[in-house]
Design a binder for this molecule. Structure first.
Ligand code: WTA
Length: 637
């Protein structure tokens, strides 16, 4: 049975894992129901109490300004900076010499930063950025692998009020170019290369290719990671390490006082159209949301070592490798490279080496690791682990059980956190003291008013599927799509007037546990990565032999979904396996290796509506052999 089918029946909803007395005793939240009820009834008061736990240059006047929905504002009148809470406030306490960041490279090298040393590196690099003329409100694009300089760059931008736009280092030159152009960044931070699975990815070369078509970039800062020779344009490119040695790279800089609603970052994510959406987050609300979710869900204590095995290039890395843990004063672990290289026990070796207490990853990674059997984790002492986490896609119950048994040794609760780039923070998730059900992401986080609607906007009864929606705003929600307020309104708030539409289908059981079943729009989660069918189709048709294409996601046992492309060739083009391979590698070059179709089928035509819209759902239904349904109602023009 493929993993999506396991969601068809909720027979496993009766399987409940109760937390141990010790877990409940040691939890920040020992009674979910009581706090949840309060957080909804007294919503603003709840958020006010949380926000007061952070430092503000100037205290806010108002918790929520809902005068112009869906453009909500939080903590208005307040002055803060996420760096003020993530670094500055710690260096005057006992945390000054505590480890902030432990980094492991794929080649075995290790670097550690205390709060004070990270603070100084950030100050130095912020001074460097300023010396290049980067000011408050400017955008900076960051195209870096999973190395400490990505955290330093993001924090340095935030410190001076610049808006960072991180582009995942697995994206191609074209994807990078589009994101630079949309953000209009004058400065790009990249590296000579990155290590992944024993191979070197030549990031600088990809960046150079992107820059041939983006004249807006005036300065490129290059971090030396692999040490391999790269082309340097002396009028534009500077080495990071050389800049950091200059007198200008002073170890002190005052943190810019930002309005709560000032932008912190843009992160591009896939949607229904080919153009990625620049999701915009702000300093105030995002700080509050990532702080409290990290604290309550992972129960981070001062003596904990916390590891989120995501890439900083995606929202999980932004919120839960960097900002959330640092605001909590935690020790956060960052690991470069593949979980299987050189051997499939790499991660467990790292858990043992650093005594990791909290470990957070994706179902795809667990499924990938499961393939190699439990002997690999069993070779290591995993007794430091207390809490596990999962994110990015639904975790099928059998994978949940394996993770619970072989990694958590039936001791560690699994926090299956449901959220999105747009939400900035967890929205539906257990807390450690909540009984767990495998395959369920638990219940809404405090202050989050989640529901499941039918087509007409009515709440559905337990056991019925529907649209997952959020009925109240929350502090860390995106503020808009960069330079596209209409798209923001239309995509998220138009189907059900002023209610946030997440784009996922979900069910709830009679105990109020949520089960997210997957996307209902044209987004596919492949190995937890978010891709748009339209983006992949655009990449396919850049191939000269292709006339048209349609892409669907197919259930896949390891990746969650695989990509299948239906391709119509131009007249008189011969179908062949070589052409297929060529189309695949062209997608790799155009969008990035993660977007390469697993399967290509040449077809003579594509099913379309009368107005010419491709009916992907019909293709999908035919492909996996299910009823095509009432096409006229599903595919409206
Ligand atoms: C999916 C990733 C089921 C979902 C943080 C959502 C999940 C999309 C879960 C957002 C989960 C994320 N269970 N599905 N625990 N977490 N998703 O923006 O479809 O990359 O809408 O953010 O991932 O993907 P994004």
């Amino acid at each position: 049975m493929s993993y999506l089918e396991t969601f068809d029946s909720l027979t496993y909803e009766k399987e409940v894992y109760k937390p141990s007395k010790e877990t409940v005793k040691n939890s920040y939240v020992d009674n979910y129901d009581r706090l949840y009820e309060y957080s909804i009834k007294e919503n603003e008061k709840f958020w006010d109490e949380i926000a007061k736990q952070l430092n503000w240059f100037r205290h806010y006047d108002k918790v929520l300004d809902a005068s112009d929905p869906p453009f909500y504002k939080w903590f208005t009148g307040g002055k803060t900076n996420i760096v003020y809470n993530a670094l500055d406030r710690h260096v005057t306490t006992f945390r000054k010499n505590k480890l902030a960041l432990i980094w492991e490279g794929e080649d075995g090298c290790e670097r550690v930063y205390t709060y004070f040393s990270l603070y100084k590196e950030v100050n130095k690099f912020a001074n460097v950025l300023k010396s290049f003329g980067v000011k408050k409100g400017d955008t900076v694009t960051i195209y870096l692998p999973n190395i400490p300089e990505i955290a330093i760059s993001m924090l340095a931008c935030a410190k001076i009020g610049a808006i960072h736009s991180v582009v995942y280092a697995g994206f191609s030159a074209f994807a990078l170019r589009d994101r630079i152009s949309d953000a209009q960044s004058k400065l790009l931070i990249t590296a000579d290369g990155a290590y992944r699975g024993g191979k070197v990815i030549e990031l600088k070369k990809i960046a150079d290719e992107a820059l041939t078509k983006t004249p807006v970039v005036q300065t490129v800062i290059v971090v030396r990671r692999t040490g391999k020779e790269v082309a340097i344009d002396t009028s534009r490119d500077f080495y990071y390490d050389e800049l950091m040695k200059l007198p200008i790279a002073n170890t002190y800089l005052k943190t810019e006082e930002m309005d709560s609603e000032d932008p912190l970052f843009i992160l591009y994510t896939s949607g229904t159209t080919g153009k990625p959406k620049g999701i915009l987050h702000v300093h105030g609300g995002y700080s509050v949301g990532t702080y409290i979710t990290s604290k309550y869900v992972f129960n981070i204590n001062d003596n904990d070592t916390y590891w989120c095995a995501a890439d900083p290039g995606w929202i999980t890395g932004h919120s839960y490798i960097i900002y959330g843990p640092l605001i909590n004063g935690a020790t956060t672990v960052m690991v470069e490279g593949s979980p299987y290289y050189p051997y499939p026990d790499r991660w467990w070796k790292i858990v043992e080496k650093h005594g990791v207490n909290i470990f957070y990853t994706s179902p795809t990674a667990i499924r990938g690791i499961m393939r190699f059997g439990e002997n690999w984790p069993n070779r290591h002492n995993l007794s430091s682990l207390k809490i596990l986490g999962s994110v990015g896609e639904p975790i099928n119950p059998e994978v949940w059980r394996w993770y619970h048994k072989h990694i958590g040794k039936e001791r560690c609760p699994i926090m299956d956190t449901w959220w999105q780039t747009e939400s900035g923070m967890f929205l539906i998730t257990p807390v450690p003291s909540l009984p767990l059900k495998p395959g369920s992401c638990g219940k809404p986080f405090f202050g989050i008013d989640a529901d499941i609607f039918d087509e007409s906007g009515k709440s559905v009864e337990a056991g019925k599927g529907g649209y997952l929606v959020i009925k109240k705003p929350w502090p860390a929600m995106m503020r808009t799509i960069y330079k596209d307020e209409d798209r923001y309104k239309k995509t998220y708030f138009s189907k059900f007037n002023d209610v946030y539409l997440a784009g996922d289908a979900a069910k709830r059981d009679k105990d109020g546990y949520f089960y997210v079943m997957g996307r209902i729009d044209d987004v596919i989660k492949v190995s937890g990565y978010r891709l748009g069918t339209a983006e992949i189709e655009s990449a396919i048709i850049t191939h000269e032999a292709v006339a048209e294409s349609a892409v669907i996601g197919k259930p896949h046992d390891i990746k969650g979904n695989s990509i299948k492309a239906f391709v119509v060739l131009k007249p008189n083009i011969e179908k062949s396996d070589t052409l297929m391979d060529d189309i695949r590698s062209n997608v790799g070059k155009t969008l990035g290796p993660i977007a390469k179709p697993d399967e290509i089928e040449f077809v003579d035509s594509l099913p379309k509506t009368r107005s010419g819209k491709i009916m992907r759902r019909v293709l999908k239904a035919r492909d996996i052999g299910i009823d095509e349904g009432d096409i006229s109602t599903i595919e409206e023009d």
